[in-house]
Design a protein around this ligand. Sequence first.
Ligand SMILES: C[S@@+](CC[C@H](N)C(=O)[O-])C[C@H]1O[C@@H](n2cnc3c(N)ncnc32)[C@H](O)[C@@H]1O
Length: 222
Amino acid sequence: MATRGLALRDSTVQLRTLNRRPGQKDNSEWLRKVKIRAHIARDLQRSNVYLAGCGFGQMFRNVWREKAQYTLALDTNPVKVREFKHHFSHVDVRCADIGTFVDWPRGIKFQIADFDAFGNPYPAMRAFFQNQIWADPVVIVVCDASLLSFKRGGRLPSDLWQRGHEGQYRGLRDAGTYMEFFVWPWWRRLARRHGLAIDERVTAFNRGKTVAYYGIRFSSAL
Ligand SMILES: C[S@@+](CC[C@H](N)C(=O)[O-])C[C@H]1O[C@@H](n2cnc3c(N)ncnc32)[C@H](O)[C@@H]1O
């Protein structure tokens, strides 16, 4: 991913400076996540933003806040939801499970969707597109922790699995194989189904390469 020249907020620059101090907590994962988001959504403004796993709102504070018009933020943890609401009272924050959520705000199409619930995000992302609540163009940002189980035992979320895969990847367990054989084909199939073209992709991994962070940008293929 090209990271040079990315415009980072002041708080992000301060964090990077802090990280260089001896004995300082390592926030490189966090910085990676911020950079991916800032890059893939670099030209989006006044967007409707869906946060699937909003946590305490770190990504909102550092990236999405300045791009957001309306924000729907979901998390199953009531303490985090309360804290998020306390800091950003204008945001539509709800205590809800992204896997079962159906109470979509009427008439809203999202330009940005951030799936950061740390787990298997594929069913919730499929539902997001099936519900036709995305705008054109739309940017999706993902934290995919299924890479860990793939590396450990070759297990995959069933969504990613296709017949014939066994013979193709022949037991390879690396992060690159995971993306090329499973993740990008999943997105290509989804894009075809919804008449979308993939305009750009960016990928990064955590230090142990057990979590994939990626961003993907679509526009109408017509
Ligand atoms: C990595 S943290 C998210 C960090 C957040 N994006 C931020 O910017 O601070 C993952 C969050 O997902 C939430 N979560 C996990 N499973 C969820 C689910 N099924 N539905 C909604 N939230 C979920 C957890 O409670 C946790 O707060």
